[in-house]
Ligand binder design. Structure first.
Ligand code: FES
Length: 298
């Protein structure tokens, strides 16, 4: 569920916020997971205990965070009770958010924090209580301590397309902004892989794309590969027409007329279209529909 209003919570979120279940900490737990940090504004500690059949008999949480952090932690403890460790290990942040009937996009990172705490607690259990949560992989966002692995995971689990989405889901990019370029590349890598899989499934006639398939693939590549990158810089792109192998496009918004637009068109748009559609394509800008030049110092 997508929200227009970031503070519009479902009844279930409100109910779990006002009456949180399973608050506290289990003494002598089988698994402990601690994630987040008070410096970043959110922290969560999850403890669980198993019964003799290996199912989660009790789960408790302590959190420092907003209404969504409390509601997601509360609902998570309810969800995992009765699960085996293997079942609990499959819970995604999307499952948690869905259980709550949705969360505002800007608060999705709370559901990710819940899933991370659960994973950390399971890892702690599987290593006999030896292992505490530690970051795996290269740290991409140093402001919030978010790794490449974690960014890839939220993109995959939630089919994220923009840097803003990634910031909403794991906070990466929400501080100084210095990591946004790298986040964009990770989105391209994860979503690019998916697009290649889709593209291979497109039926081709005698090894060649039909006109309709070609136009569909061009539009798909623009939507999924090119537009998110331009949007991150406040711009946009529109497909005007396709004539044979000539793709006519127009840039919108920021940088519609500046030199960077020319660079973007040649180096990114054409390269992406050649990579995902066909080598024969070339790109031209529709100057008739171009916007008026803007002043960068405005
Ligand atoms: S390094 Fe990611 S926001 Fe600063």
């Amino acid at each position: 569920m997508r929200y227009e209003n970031m503070w519009e919570y479902t009844d279930k979120v409100k109910e779990h916020f006002f009456n949180p279940r399973n608050v506290g900490e289990i003494k002598k737990p089988d698994g402990v997971g601690e994630v987040g940090s008070l410096a970043c504004g959110d922290a969560l500690k999850l403890t669980f205990k198993l019964d003799e059949d290996g199912r989660i008999a009790d789960a408790r949480f302590k959190t420092f965070g907003c209404a969504s952090a409390i509601a997601t932690s509360s609902v998570l403890t309810e969800m995992i009770k009765g699960m085996t460790i293997d079942e609990a290990a499959k819970v995604t942040n999307k499952d948690i958010a869905d259980y709550l009937g949705g969360l505002p996009e800007q608060k999705m990172h709370c559901s990710v924090m819940g899933r991370e705490a659960l994973e950390a607690a399971i890892e702690n259990y599987r290593t006999g209580g030896k292992k505490k949560h530690e970051l795996k992989g290269k740290v991409v966002c140093t402001c919030f301590g978010v790794t490449e692995n974690e960014i890839e995971r939220v993109i995959e689990d939630n089919d994220l397309k923009t840097v803003e989405d990634v910031t909403n889901y794991c906070k990466a990019g929400g501080g100084c902004g210095g990591c946004k370029g790298e986040i964009e590349k990770i989105i391209q890598k994860v979503q690019g892989g998916k697009l290649k899989e889709i593209s291979l499934e497109v039926p081709r006639r005698a090894g060649k794309l039909t006109n309709i398939q070609k136009i569909q693939l061009i539009q798909q590549t623009i939507n999924e590969q090119i537009r998110p990158a331009l949007r991150a810089d406040g711009g946009n792109i529109e497909l005007i027409d396709v004539e044979g192998n000539k793709v006519i496009i127009a840039f919108r918004g920021m940088c519609a007329q500046c030199k960077l637009a020319e660079f973007t068109m040649k180096d990114v748009v054409e390269a992406k279209l050649r990579e995902f559609v066909t080598e024969e394509l070339f790109v031209e800008e529709d100057t008739d529909s171009a916007e008026q030049p803007h002043n960068h110092r405005e």
